[in-house]
Design a binder for this molecule. Structure first.
Ligand code: PLP
Length: 223
């Protein structure tokens, strides 16, 4: 099933890209493997999935200690400062930096192991209180500046989750909002390249709105 799911998703990404004049190669597909066993990860890796996303520090730590092979691990969940040490050595990209305190800890732990840690700033583009992430431009700018000042952090871009709704316009606005913030930061001296947005139910809209990283779980691992 995983094989078919991956083929289908890759096909949809390629079709959408073709339709709007983007290149599929500029989009990274992160298979969100949270709550799925290691065997599913091994299976997906066989079909050329090279990036996996986890949202719990403990689960990521466990899986990375058992998995043998070359893949990129992404941390996509809310990250508590005291958990940074558990994931720092194995994580390629942390999608969910939302405070200076957290960035400070990441920088410190990365320095300890002589690593430059890739990160994204999480933005709350929906205004939903249940979601993590920053929503004021000034706060995002301030955190971006802080990341830039950290010798062991590489700020690559921004991440968001669209609201849980069937309303395509609301979802699209959320992604547009992220892209606008991204462009504003770049016009103010940043060189961000990554927009992490789009999940099982909204990734095609995300591609249209400029996503460079899709985080897809259900559509890949469902039976
Ligand atoms: C679970 C999760 C996803 C994947 O969601 P699906 O709807 O299963 O594709 C993406 N991003 C984050 C932050 C998640 O927690």
């Amino acid at each position: 099933m995983i094989r078919n799911n991956i083929q289908q998703i890759k096909g949809k990404i390629a079709d959408k890209c073709l339709k709007i004049g983007r290149k599929p190669e500029e989009i990274t597909l992160v298979a969100v493997s949270k709550q799925n066993p290691l065997s599913s990860i091994i299976e997906a890796a066989k079909y050329n999935i090279l990036d996996f996303g986890e949202n719990k520090a403990q689960e990521l730590k466990q899986k990375t200690s058992e998995f043998i092979g070359e893949i990129n691990w992404h941390f996509i969940g809310h990250l508590q400062t005291n958990k940074v040490k558990d994931i720092i050595s194995s994580t390629y990209l942390i999608h969910s930096v939302d405070s200076i305190k957290l960035a400070k800890e990441i920088n410190k732990r990365a320095e300890n192991i002589k690593k430059i840690q890739n990160v994204l700033i999480e933005v709350n583009t929906s205004g939903e209180e249940s979601k993590f992430g920053l929503n004021l431009y000034d706060k995002i700018f301030e955190l971006a500046e802080f990341c830039k000042s950290c010798s062991n952090i590489n700020l690559m871009g921004l991440m968001t989750m669209a609201p849980f709704t069937d309303d395509e316009i609301v979802i699209r606005n959320s992604f547009r909002n992220l892209k606008n913030i991204f462009e504003k930061l770049n016009s103010e001296g940043f060189t961000l390249t990554e927009l992490s947005m789009g999940m099982t139910n909204d990734f095609e809209i995300a591609i249209e709105e400029g996503a460079t990283i899709l985080r897809i779980g259900t559509a890949i691992f469902r039976n």
